[in-house]
Ligand binder design. Sequence first.
Ligand code: ZN
Length: 370
Amino acid sequence: MIPEDVITEIKRRADIGEVIGRHVKLKRVGRNLVGLCPFHTEKSPSFNVRPDDGFFYCFGCKATGDVVEFLVRTTGRGFLDIITELAGQTGVEIPKGQVDPEEEARQKEKKRLLRALELAQVFFKTRLSSEAGQGARAYLADVRKIDDDTIDRFGIGWGGAADDGLVTFLKEQGIPVDDGVAAGVLGRSERGPYDFFRHRVTVPIRGTRGEIVSFQGRIFGERATDAQGKKRPKYVNGPQTGVYDKSGVLFGLFEAQPALKQGKPAVLGEGPLDAIAVHRAGLPSSVAPCGTGLTMRHVEELRRRTERVVVCMDADAAGKDAAARAILMMLSAGLDVGLAALPDKDPDAMVAAGRADELRGILLGAPAAL
Ligand code: ZN
């Protein structure tokens, strides 16, 4: 980026009459230069250049602009190209390092991580629809009762059956292993890199512009226990990375934005799959923190988009604690807070049991939390 005052100085010093005179035959008339317009066909000159004011104007076709615009339009070259050339001709120095090199490096790094995440999503989606993805599809349809429309809307995928399927895929796409690790989709052990979300159903976590910043993985089926019969963790969450700040990102907020704009209350759930369940129950304004407790930054993200939040946590002790904490935080931020009392374990269980309408009624009718 060239600073605006440098651009102004370049334009001021460039002799517009002389520059345009190289392209158009001009004749001096008083303070103006006049010639045949290069932008339309004419026999008598209506093209005026006003060196004192630094612009050109055609009385015939109304074309107007400054010296840079003239060159862009007549040569088809880019703005930056032309300004750099004029800087050389006018002896104006374009300051180097106007872009903070650290900031530039950060932006480049972010771009690389987002690219790795985007490609990981391509991999997870293709795994889910592959023949090997049959088990994952059956789990989503039969156990979670998640329909294809929801799978598409949230971009749900599957990590695949291999330990290094994504490692290989990213390599094929020219993505260095380091980028995959930095993006949180690959892990690294003494035996080498491995797929962080292998064997798991994957749910993308998006930033507010819809870009994928991380994933959550849910284990299912026989993989839920390891070879020694020990239970594997149900959920794994992508780590904190250069593009994923857990304390600032709420799962579902991107997807919830249209409904929030329509004035629907936000529904705060415990995790992504609960938020998706609420979404399926007809409240597409459900969100959840992911791999972390609710923070004031999360609350602020909500407060900027809605006035009312209904808290909908699991009916167990941990859920009640989380709900009490969330309620206090949101009340302190001036939000109108409702508390939904679930008759069942969690929203996901209710939707899976075919009680979506009942869940929606409870959420919409939730009494004030205080
Ligand atoms: Zn003209």
